[in-house]
Write a protein that binds this ligand. Structure first.
Ligand code: HEM
Ligand code: SF4
Ligand code: SF4
Length: 505
């Protein structure tokens, strides 16, 4: 069932990627950078927020006037900053939402990847109060509505003895101290927690992508500036606790639960919020997935070169002092709780070479469930079974192209991730005559299931990263299925046929 939801979700992402792929080159597609885009939007929120803070007065009477001054008198800068502050906050909610759905449908939240998923959940609990307290500070009719509804919600928590809603019975009762507390939460408390939360969220990942490509940043900033100029953010009438606001323009990104407080009850809204979060926290284990064996180091073949440490995207390998008495100073050690069995380390290991005799193909690091020796056997079998096309296709196990190519009856070699393919396997396939051409069918450009598999493969075969492909290999016989000339909507079969034609020529 859950796999079907994943498949449908992936198909939807495929459709969503296409229009964006026309504006942004392959790996630059914004859908590859949702976490980084969120961080970029938060930077905009911070910078614009600093400008607003310079003019903001944290008192019940001064707050509304100071925001009005920025919006009306200083519209050319303060007004634009206020609008940017609002629209960047909204944009962050959109990217977070798509980010969550994407990590879910691409199955990047289970097994040893649970940590990044679970630490994402508290981020939602920080970002919403951050936005909500922001609305509060304007102290207009919307702020009044948000303040009173939030107070009703908080009063439902049995640990508070004094009623918070009591603060909002009249303008006289509303103290500046209470207002300053909101300002503290919005300006200092929640942002500090959020920064720490994001750090923890990406803590286990090697080289997390926290900056989107420049073109994506420029395009989104420009779009928000335009929006700010056309639809500047403005306030409602000033809050008046003696009156009930009649018409409100809700920001549905942040305030969507508020109408529910009135429609249901605060208690049921808590059930919804806590229930959804609990569901999300336990999602990585529902249902439990079959365990895979982690990468295994064989010291006899490990020379301590550290390449596996550099290339593992999940920080699962470290170098430790040698334990086998040989002259090498260090050896690789895999943390089984971090390893997700992608095989990228095997692709980086200089000793994973198929040119060695069959029995001796035991690299310094290998995947017990998909060994380098088995990969070599599959290459030989593909060579024997190849038809006149004599193309060996390597396809990633998580990608739909594998299914397409198998369905078409084309013989292919399955890898856990393209990064598992050590360059000498490409050399071996071509120079030993097991094929005339190699087609690599990896995930969409910039959307590698294991983060860096495709990128490292391009660099290794492009002779920019160790272990490099030997010079004797003619690269016109190797095609990267995720790069141009193919587009996002070419099927695996299209790519196979086009490559076959180009080889003939
Ligand atoms: C403020 C909100 C968030 C920010 C700024 C953020 C940022 C990031 C960044 C920068 C990455 C690393 C991308 C990479 O280098 O591959 C990432 C990965 C990830 N995030 Fe988030 N994220 C946020 C919220 C969430 C939430 C709410 C969830 C889910 C509950 C989530 C789940 C994940 C997962 C599963 C990964 C991928 C881990 C992997 O590839 O193993 N994130 N996020
Ligand atoms: S299999 Fe993947 S996650 Fe495990 S150690 Fe190797 S590169 Fe790291
Ligand atoms: S890449 Fe291979 S040889 Fe180098 S440290 Fe890792 S396991 Fe050892």
């Amino acid at each position: 069932m859950i796999e079907r939801v994943h498949r449908l979700g992936r198909a939807a992402f495929g459709v969503l990627r296409r229009p964006l792929a026309r504006a942004f080159d392959g790996a630059e597609n914004p859908l590859n950078h949702l976490g980084a885009m969120t961080i970029f939007f938060l930077w905009i929120v911070l910078v614009s927020g600093i400008w607003l803070l310079i003019f903001f007065r944290t008192s019940v009477s001064g707050a509304f006037e100071s925001v009005e001054y920025l919006t009306r008198q200083q519209w050319y800068l303060g007004g634009i900053m206020r609008s940017l502050h609002r629209y960047a906050s909204d944009a962050a909610i959109i990217t977070i939402l798509i980010h969550i759905v994407k990590e879910f449908v691409f199955n990047r939240y289970r097994r040893n990847r649970w940590f990044t998923w679970v630490t994402g959940v508290p981020l939602i609990w920080m970002i919403f109060p951050l936005g909500i307290t922001g609305y509060w500070l304007v102290w207009d009719e919307l702020a009044q509505y948000v303040a009173i509804s939030s107070a009703e919600l908080i009063d439902r928590i049995p640990i508070f003895t004094d009623s918070m809603a009591g603060n909002f019975l009249s303008d006289e009762l509303l103290s500046n101290r209470f207002f300053t507390l909101m300002a503290f939460l919005h300006l200092i408390g929640l942002p500090i927690f959020l920064v720490f939360g994001i750090w923890l969220h990406v803590f286990r990942l090697t080289g997390p992508r926290i900056n989107p490509p420049r073109r994506v940043m420029a395009a989104s900033l420009l779009a928000m500036l335009l929006l700010s100029a056309v639809y500047p953010a403005i306030s409602h009438e000033q809050a008046d606790l003696a009156m009930t606001p009649q018409t409100l323009r809700l920001d549905w990104f942040y305030l969507h639960v508020y109408p529910l407080i009135q429609a249901w009850s605060p208690g049921w809204v808590w059930v919804l919020l806590v229930g959804t979060s609990t569901f999300m926290v336990f999602l990585p284990w529902a249902p439990k997935q079959k365990a895979e064996q982690p990468a295994l180091v064989t010291l006899d073949y490990c020379n301590g070169c550290e390449r596996c440490v550099d290339d593992c995207p999940f920080g699962a390998v470290e170098m430790v002092p040698r334990t086998d008495g040989t002259n090498y100073s260090h050896e690789a050690k895999v943390d089984p709780d971090l390893c997700i069995s992608c095989g990228i380390c095997v692709g980086s290991c200089p000793t994973a070479t198929p040119f060695r005799s069959r029995g001796a193909l035991l690299p310094g690091i290998d995947l017990p469930d998909r060994t380098a020796a088995a990969l070599r056997e599959d290459i030989l079998a593909a060579g024997r079974n190849a038809d006149s096309t004599r193309i060996t296709v390597f396809a990633c196990r998580d990608d739909k192209q594998l299914r397409e190519i198998k369905k078409a009856g084309i013989h292919c070699v399955e890898v856990n991730c393209m990064g598992q393919l050590q360059p000498s396997f490409v050399d071996f396939t071509l120079s030993r005559g097991h094929a005339d051409g190699i087609l690599l069918l990896g995930c969409q450009d910039g959307n590698c299931s294991y983060r860096f598999g495709a990128e490292w493969t391009e660099q290794r075969l492009g002779r920019e990263r160790d272990p490099m492909l030997r010079r004797r290999v003619d690269m016109s016989k190797v095609a990267f299925g995720w790069k141009s000339p193919w587009t996002e909507h070419n099927s695996a079969i299209d790519k196979f046929e086009a490559f076959r034609q180009s080889l003939k020529q």
